[in-house]
Design a protein around this ligand. Structure first.
Ligand code: SAH
Length: 215
């Protein structure tokens, strides 16, 4: 965010802290990745507000504080391979790329993946692999993963994703039947099975089956 004026940057980081994003590694990553380029058109001028905003294909870029809290809940270490389902603008993947060894990110909309990939290249985020596909099946060829982050809401944590999580691995996913409010949950895979805990209410677009129609 170096091109940003210091006051806007300070306010952005202050809003994150006041909403509970307190881990230095996460704040540093969010300071490094400028949200501006991930938002095109009219809404770009609101990039530094703590708000979700519309992106192409009828999707949304998440609220920065929610991105921060999800990233924090994922407890990513520098050795980790992370799968993100729901590339959207690419903003969340860019932040993960600063914290993890490798990030795979998948979206059902080819246009979103194409635009995100261009940004990753221009920002020289070379440890991100972006793919078009239905991420609810995960990525069997690259599995297992240390961390999985789902940024679209499912009724239940998708079985293939749970199967592709390493023992000791963590998955963060919004779940719920409603379109208006879901619960963000964290799943930890142990030797004995899966442990779930509920983190907070959130609102995400739904995890849909199959590929998106190209727009
Ligand atoms: N993480 C994004 C925001 C995600 S919005 C960001 O940082 O901007 C949710 C995204 O999930 C949308 O782009 C939508 O196309 C995608 N999505 C929904 N269902 C999906 C599925 N089954 N597989 C892959 N992506 C999916």
């Amino acid at each position: 965010m170096s091109s940003l004026d210091p006051e806007t940057k300070m306010q952005f980081l202050f809003a994150l802290r006041s909403k509970g994003v307190t881990e230095a590694r996460v704040l540093n990553a969010m300071e490094e990745i400028d949200r501006g380029p991930f938002i095109r058109g009219l809404f770009a001028q609101r990039a530094y507000e703590d708000m979700p905003l519309p992106i192409a294909c009828g999707q949304t870029i998440s609220q920065p504080s929610v991105v921060g809290l999800m990233t924090q809940a994922l407890q990513v270490s520098a050795r980790d391979t992370v799968l993100e389902v729901g590339t959207g603008s690419g903003y969340q993947a860019a932040i993960l790329s600063k914290l993890a060894r490798r990030v795979y990110t998948i979206d059902r909309h080819a246009r979103l993946v194409r635009e995100a990939r261009q940004l990753f290249e221009s920002l020289q985020l070379s440890n991100i692999t972006s793919l078009v596909g239905d991420g609810s099946h995960g990525l069997p060829d690259q599995a297992p993963f240390d961390r999985i982050l789902v940024t679209a809401a499912a009724e239940d944590p998708p079985g293939p994703l749970l199967a592709q999580l390493k023992v000791g691995g963590i998955m963060v996913v919004p779940v719920g039947q409603s379109d208006t409010v879901q619960t963000l949950i964290r799943v930890v895979k142990t030797e004995d099975g899966l442990e779930y805990d509920e983190l907070r209410p959130v609102r995400f677009v739904p995890l849909l089956e199959g590929l998106g129609k190209e727009t």
